[in-house]
Write a protein that binds this ligand. Structure first.
Ligand code: FES
Ligand SMILES: [Fe+2]
Length: 382
C-alpha cells in the first residue's frame, strides 16, 4: 500500500504500521486477572509482539516485560517469579519489574547493571490486566465505575478469534446482524422486547460513537462505542436465569489474522450464590474451550451446521458471531463491499478511524477520547 493511503489501512497492527502506532497510544487489555495467580508467568502476543506477563508472588502486582532473556535468548515465561522479579530458567539471570537485570549467578564479574529488558506500564481494573505498549508517557487510565461496583459479580472472559480484529470492530456498530446471526434469541425474553428491523442513528461523542436503536414496537436501545476498540452494551442474554447484563468488550489484535475478544459481563448476583454461579460458569467454559475453534472451522468448511452445535454452550453467541466474522475472510476485503443505510454505524466508525490515522500520519493532533460516567448503555425493561 502506498504511504499516502496508509491511513485507510486499519487491519495491520505490527510495530511501525500506522494502525499499530495508533492502537498503541491507548491502554489495551492483555489478559484476564483471574487467569494469572501470584507467582505465575505467561507468554503473550499482542499486535505481533511477544511479551512476558507475570504476577509478583508477594504483593500480587502484575508486570509486563520483554519476551526473551538477553543472555542467550530463551523465553522468560519459563522462569521463576521471585517477589516482584523474574529469574530466567536457563542460567538464572534475574530481572526486576522495571526490566533491570539484578543478578547473573554464573558470572565471576557480573555486568547486570548494563542489562535491561523492555518493561511496560500495567494497570488492573474490572478483572482485566491492561498495558500501555506505546511510546512516552501513557494517557490517563480510563475507569468504568458502574462495572467496578462491589455489589455485582464480573464474569470476565478472553476468547481467541481466528480473524482480524477489525472484522469484530465493524461488528460492534452493526445492529442489523442481531436478528439473523443471533436468531435463536428470538425465542427468548429479549426478543419479546425488541422485534423487527431496527432504525439506527449514530453520532460521534467525546468517547467514540453513541448509537440509538429504535424498534418498530417503540423499544429504544442505547449503546456506546469507545475509541479505538471498545463496545459497551446492555441486553446481552447470559443464560435463561440472567436475561440481560451490561457488557464491555475490547477487541485486541494478536497478529493480523487473530485477535482476542475480551468480555466483561456485569452479572446482577450477590454473595455465595454469585460465587457458585461464576465458578460453575468457568468450569463449563474451560470444558468447552478446547472444541470451539474446531467447531467454527467445521461450520465454515460445511462439515457441520450451526444447528448441530449444542445451543446450551456458554459460548454459543460467541460462536454465532465468530462464524459470521470469520466467514468474511480472515481479513475482510472492504473494497468489495456494498454498504447501505443500515451500515451507518460502520461507515461513521471507519470515517473516524481514517481521520485519526491521517492525523497521526501527518503529525497533526489526535482527538483525545474521554469516557464519561453518564455513558451507560440502556435496554428497555421487561
Ligand atoms: S538465557 Fe537467560 S540466563 Fe541464560
Ligand atoms: Fe453479534
Amino acid at each position: 500500500m502506498s504511504a499516502e493511503l496508509d491511513y485507510k489501512d486499519f487491519v495491520h497492527t505490527a510495530p511501525g504500521t500506522l494502525a499499530g502506532r495508533y492502537l498503541r497510544t491507548f491502554w489495551q487489555p492483555v489478559y484476564c486477572s483471574h487467569e494469572l495467580p501470584p507467582g505465575r508467568a505467561v507468554p503473550i502476543r499482542i499486535m505481533d509482539e511477544d511479551f512476558t506477563l507475570y504476577r509478583g508472588g508477594e504483593r500480587g502486582t502484575p508486570h509486563l516485560v520483554g519476551f526473551r532473556c538477553p543472555h542467550r535468548g530463551t523465553q522468560l515465561s519459563l522462569g521463576w517469579v521471585e517477589g516482584d522479579c523474574i529469574r530466567c530458567f536457563y542460567h538464572g539471570w534475574k530481572y526486576d519489574g522495571s526490566g533491570q537485570c539484578i543478578e547473573q549467578p554464573a558470572e565471576p564479574k557480573p555486568f547486570a547493571n548494563k542489562i535491561r529488558i523492555p518493561s511496560y506500564p500495567v494497570q488492573e481494573h474490572i478483572g482485566l490486566i491492561f498495558a500501555y505498549l506505546g511510546e512516552g508517557e501513557p494517557p490517563p487510565f480510563t475507569r468504568y465505575p458502574k462495572l467496578a461496583d462491589p455489589d455485582i459479580v464480573l464474569d470476565v472472559v478472553r476468547w481467541n478469534r481466528i480473524c482480524n480484529y477489525f472484522n469484530n470492530i465493524d461488528n460492534s456498530l452493526d445492529n442489523a446482524h442481531v436478528r439473523f446471526v443471533h436468531k435463536r434469541h428470538r425465542e427468548t425474553a429479549r426478543d419479546q422486547i425488541v422485534k423487527g428491523d431496527p432504525r439506527i442513528t449514530v453520532e460521534e461523542t467525546d468517547w467514540g460513537i453513541k448509537r440509538n436503536v429504535s424498534y418498530p414496537n417503540g423499544a429504544e436501545v442505547v449503546a456506546f462505542f469507545g475509541m479505538p476498540n471498545i463496545n459497551y452494551v446492555n441486553g446481552q442474554v447470559v443464560d435463561s436465569d440472567i436475561k440481560r447484563a451490561d457488557v464491555i468488550l475490547f477487541k485486541v489484535p494478536v497478529d493480523d489474522e487473530n485477535h482476542i475478544h475480551f468480555e466483561v459481563r456485569a452479572i446482577p448476583l450477590k454473595g455465595d450464590y454469585a460465587r457458585r454461579w461464576l465458578e460453575g460458569r468457568r468450569q463449563k467454559r474451560t470444558m468447552e474451550a478446547s472444541s470451539r475453534a474446531e467447531l467454527v472451522k467445521a461450520v465454515l468448511s460445511g462439515k457441520l451446521q450451526l444447528s448441530d452445535i449444542d445451543p446450551n454452550r456458554t459460548d454459543y453467541v460467541i460462536i454465532e458471531d465468530e462464524i459470521a466474522q470469520t466467514g468474511q475472510g480472515k481479513i475482510a476485503d472492504r473494497r468489495r463491499e456494498h454498504l447501505g443505510l443500515s451500515d451507518a454505524g460502520v461507515i461513521l466508525l471507519r470515517k473516524i478511524w481514517e481521520r485519526e490515522l491521517q492525523a497521526l500520519a501527518e503529525g497533526q493532533p489526535l482527538k483525545q477520547w474521554t469516557y464519561r460516567q453518564d455513558m451507560i448503555p440502556v435496554y428497555p425493561n421487561l
